[in-house]
Design a protein around this ligand. Structure first.
Ligand code: FE2
Ligand code: FE2
Length: 424
C-alpha cells in the first residue's frame, strides 16, 4: 500500500514534467499537474530521496530496475542535466515542485536548491562531525597493516618518494571509520566471510589513495576515495563462498551471479546508516568499478546513457583493483610479475576499458616508466626508455636496438604495448 503511494507520487511527478514540457510555465495544465504531485507527496507523508545509478533508480527503500513508465522521461532528463541525487521534503508545495521542474525543463545546468528540494550530483561533502566513537575496529584494522605493506613493498622499493606510506593511508581510513562506526560493520563481516576479499579491499584502498594523491585530488577527497575503495567489493559478501574462491573459471550461471556483486554492494551500502547522507561516493564506486571507462564491463550501461562518464574515483579504483588482483596469488593461479601486470594495465588502457590518464599516472607512480626500462612497442620492436615525458608518461623517448631514438609523443601510430621485467 505504502509502495503504491510512492508510485502514485512518481507518476504524478512524471506527469508534471511531461505537461511542463508541452505548456509554458504558469499555464493552468501545469498548475493542475503540480497540485496533483504535491497532493500525492502529502499522501506519502515523508521526504523522498532519489538516487540514480546507471539504469537503476533507488527511491527510498525501493530499488527500481523497472521505472514507472511515466517517470522515465524525467529520469532521463535528470541524468542529462547531471543530477544523480534528489531530495524532496515531505512538505514541498506545488510551487516548489513547479520551480524545480521549470529548472529541469529549461535545461539549466548545475545543481538546484530551494528550501524544500535539493538536486545535483552525488557530492563529496565533508561528513558532519559527529563525535568520534571509540572503536575496537581501529586496532583491528591497523593489525592488518602487514598485508597492505606486503602487497606494495615491491612498489615502495622502486620509488619510495612517489608513494604514500601504507601506514598513513590505513590510519586515514581508520580515522574516517571512527566517524562512522556503521560503515565498519559490513567491512568486518566481509573479513569474516573471505580473508582474500578483505585483504584485497585494503590493498585496493592503499593503491587508490596513492593514485588519487598523485592525481592531486584534495586531501579530503583522497580519504573519501580510500574509503570507497575499501568498500568496493562489499557486495561479494552476498555471493556463495564457493563462487568467490573459483576465480576466473566460472560457468555462465556463476559468472552472472558474480556480476551482481556491484549491485549487491550498492544495496548493502545504502542499507548502512549514514552512508547515503555522509558518504554518497561509496555506492557510486561500488556500482561503477567494473563498468569500464568505455562501458565494456558490467553492469551494462543502457545505450541511452552511453555518454555518461564514470566518476573519477571509480576510474581510479578500477586501475588499482585490476593491478592488485593480478599481483595476488590465488588458488587457481600464481601472482603475476609487476611487469606482466603493468602490461595488462597498458592493454586495458589501449582498449579503452581503463582510463589512459590514470593508468599512465599509476605506472609512473610505481616506477615502471623510468629511463632504462625495456618496453615492447605496438609494432613488436623492443626498445629501452631513454627519457620520460612528464606531460604524457606513456609516450617517452625510446631507443631501438639499432640505436635510433624515437619520440613516441610524435608517433601516433606507435605505443608501448608491453613492459619487460629487466632494465638496461
Ligand atoms: Fe569487484
Ligand atoms: Fe575488487
Amino acid at each position: 500500500m505504502r509502495e503504491d503511494t510512492l508510485d502514485y507520487f512518481l507518476n504524478a511527478l512524471g506527469a508534471l514534467f511531461r505537461t511542463r514540457r508541452i505548456f509554458p510555465p504558469g499555464q493552468r495544465q501545469v498548475r493542475l499537474a503540480a497540485r496533483q504531485a504535491a497532493q500525492r507527496l502529502s499522501v506519502w507523508g515523508g521526504p523522498i530521496r532519489i538516487t540514480l545509478l546507471g539504469d537503476e533508480a533507488i527511491i527510498e527503500e525501493q530499488r527500481l530496475e523497472i521505472l514507472p513508465s511515466s517517470f522515465k522521461a524525467l529520469f532521463q532528463s535528470l541524468l542529462e542535466s547531471g543530477c544523480e541525487r534528489v531530495h524532496i521534503e515531505a512538505d514541498a508545495s506545488a510551487a516548489d515542485l513547479m520551480d524545480w521542474i521549470d529548472h529541469l525543463v529549461s535545461r539549466r545546468k548545475g545543481p538546484y536548491r530551494n528550501p524544500k528540494i535539493v538536486a545535483g550530483r552525488l557530492s563529496l561533502e565533508k561528513p558532519s562531525l559527529c563525535s568520534p566513537t571509540p572503536l575496537q575496529a581501529v586496532p583491528a584494522l591497523l593489525g592488518l597493516l602487514a598485508h597492505t605493506q606486503e602487497s606494495i613493498s615491491d612498489l615502495e622499493s622502486k620509488k619510495p618518494e612517489g608513494l604514500v606510506r601504507a601506514q598513513e593511508i590505513v590510519r586515514a581510513i581508520a580515522s574516517r571509520l571512527a566517524l562512522s562506526k556503521e560503515i565498519f560493520d559490513p567491512i568486518r563481516e566481509l573479513k569474516d566471510f573471505d580473508q582474500y576479499t578483505f585483504t584485497h579491499a585494503l590493498n585496493v584502498s592503499t593503491l587508490s589513495s596513492s593514485l588519487a594523491r598523485v592525481a592531486r585530488f584534495p586531501a579530503e577527497m583522497v580519504n573519501t576515495i580510500a574509503l570507497a575503495a575499501l568498500c568496493h567489493d562489499l557486495g561479494k559478501s552476498q555471493l556463495p563462498h564457493d563462487i568467490l574462491i573459483k576465480g576466473d573459471i566460472l560457468d555462465p550461471d556463476e559468472k552472472a551471479a558474480m556480476e551482481k556483486h556491484p549491485v549487491y554492494g550498492v544495496r548493502l551500502l545504502l542499507d548502512t546508516p549514514g552512508v547515503e547522507s555522509e558518504n554518497p561516493l561509496l555506492p557510486v564506486v561500488a556500482y561503477q568499478h567494473h563498468i569500464g571507462a568505455n562501458h565494456s564491463g558490467y553492469p551494462k550501461v543502457p545505450a541511452a546513457l552511453s555518454s555518461h562518464k564514470l566518476h573519477p574515483a571509480s576510474l581510479i579504483v578500477a586501475v588499482a583493483d585490476i593491478y592488485d588482483a593480478l599481483r595476488t596469488v590465488r588458488p587457481y593461479r600464481p601472482a603475476m610479475s609487476v611487469a606482466k601486470s603493468c602490461s595488462i594495465l597498458l592493454q586495458e588502457a589501449m582498449s579503452g576499458k581503463l582510463d589512459r590518464g590514470y593508468v599512465s599516472l599509476f605506472l609512473t607512480l610505481i616506477g615502471v616508466l623510468a629511463p632504462g626500462r625495456s618496453v615492447v612497442l605496438s609494432d613488436g620492436t623492443r626498445t629501452v626508455i631513454l627519457r620520460t615525458n612528464a606531460n604524457d608518461p606513456l609516450t617517452p623517448v625510446v631507443e631501438r636496438e639499432d640505436g635510433d631514438a624515437q619520440d613516441l609523443s610524435l608517433l601516433s601510430n606507435l605505443s608501448i604495448q608491453e613492459v619487460k621485467d629487466e632494465t638496461a
